[in-house]
Design a protein around this ligand. Structure first.
Ligand SMILES: C[S@@+](CC[C@H](N)C(=O)[O-])C[C@H]1O[C@@H](n2cnc3c(N)ncnc32)[C@H](O)[C@@H]1O
Length: 373
């Protein structure tokens, strides 16, 4: 049998596909616009609902209010900007410190939207899971055939032309006393000394409480707040008096319906949407361009405002906080404002920061003149 000889030092160990021994280049492929070395805006710019900063977002997370939404649109492993890696293998290292910080500041109400290529996301997914982020859904942004417009030689690339990105939904897993919710619910019920079947009586159902809320497998459901309250009241009324309170979220008194509601992320699916988002790539006036002669697009990774606004609205309420750690032209902050949320953003590159803040300022001006849109 033919065996591959071990590679020379510095080659990749195929048994550890997430890692490489030599770092790749992070020199961006260059930008479409001339660099701005000193932006004409202060390094912290804010209006009544948005605050953005020039610099590495890692330095700012601790001063931002708790996020209900984090929109991540950072490295893709394509040298898309200064600091992006040259392939997906280094992306876990690139994202790890950010993911660790997001976990530190997230609550069970927080949703993370992770934009990337499919392989970029696949590479980073284990790091997200290891830090407590639970996969919910992979959404595909289908830019359609217009995105390649016959410009691809499939014989040369030897694969199907790519016209998609992913935007993957994660939630931050709630834990009480170190247990995930389904474990904690069962532990509290058992602690009360009541037989399992009594949980059905508590909730006024035939068998659904035991089958859904106390299940320890994939059939487990998050009990709605009213059901949590019924379980809690029953256990605290009929359970062993010595162990009370049961189902306490603060260790002092039984948990309330409102407290229970904060134990999972917010989500309202907009009507008619599936996990495939047919939406052409940005074109024409949608792209933010340099004013005047050149009319060049400022940032090649600018995201469509309608999609960004849709995910923010689906996963938060008015007044909630959105984080945009990799700001670019701050599409997340603008979308947050359009939907009545507050936003914090950062951009490390002075040129993109300059144009991003210019865009925010123009948007704020438009709002003042014409109202919310
Ligand atoms: C993919 S682009 C984001 C585009 C943005 N979503 C938009 O719609 O304009 C990523 C941006 O993150 C910036 N960036 C990379 N690392 C960063 C960091 N540690 N802190 C702040 N910004 C960073 C890059 O300079 C780049 O402009």
């Amino acid at each position: 049998m033919l065996r591959a000889a071990p590679g020379p030092p510095g080659t990749i160990d195929p048994s550890r596909p997430q890692e490489r021994s030599l770092p790749t280049s992070t020199v961006g492929r260059g930008r479409a616009v001339a660099p701005v070395t000193s932006p004409s805006f202060p390094s912290v710019w804010s209006d009544e609902t948005i605050e953005v900063r020039l610099g590495d977002s890692l330095n700012f997370y601790h001063v931002w209010d708790t996020p209900t939404v984090i929109m991540s649109d950072g490295g893709y492993g394509v040298l898309g900007f200064e600091g992006d890696t040259s392939d997906h293998l280094d992306l876990p290292n690139w994202y790890r410190p950010h993911i660790a910080s997001w976990s530190k500041h997230a609550t069970p109400e927080t949703t993370l939207w992770f934009w990337n290529s499919e392989i970029g996301w696949a590479a980073v997914h284990p790091t997200l899971e290891a830090h407590g982020w639970r996969y919910v859904n992979a959404n595909i942004w289908n830019k359609g055939k217009g995105h390649i417009a016959g410009n691809v030689n499939t014989r040369r690339i030897r694969r199907f032309p790519v016209v998609s990105e992913v935007c993957v939904q994660y939630t931050y897993e709630a834990r009480i006393d170190g247990l995930v919710l389904k474990e904690w619910l069962l532990k509290e019920w058992k602690r009360s000394g009541l037989p399992l079947r009594k949980a059905n009586e508590a909730c006024g159902v035939a068998d659904a409480a035991v089958r859904k809320y106390l299940d320890q497998g994939h059939l487990w459901y998050f009990p709605p707040a009213e059901m949590f309250l019924l379980l809690q009241e029953y256990a605290n009324t009929y359970g062993d008096a010595a162990g009370r309170p049961y189902f306490s979220l603060d260790g002092v008194r039984p948990g309330t319906a409102d407290e229970w509601r904060t134990m999972r992320s917010k989500f309202k699916c907009p009507h008619g949407f599936t996990n495939v988002w047919d939406r052409p790539a940005l074109r024409g006036s949608e792209r933010y361009k340099i004013h005047g002669a050149s009319g060049r697009a400022v940032h090649l990774n600018q995201k469509p405002l309608d999609l960004v606004e849709m995910i923010i609205a689906a996963s938060s309420d008015e007044g909630d906080v959105v984080w945009e750690p990799f700001g670019g032209l701050f599409s997340g902050c603008i979308a947050a404002k359009r939907s009545g949320r507050r936003a914090y953003g950062a951009e490390i590159d002075p040129t993109y920061y300059h144009y991003g803040v210019q865009r925010l300022a123009e948007h704020a001006g438009r709002r003042a003149l014409f109202g919310p849109r």
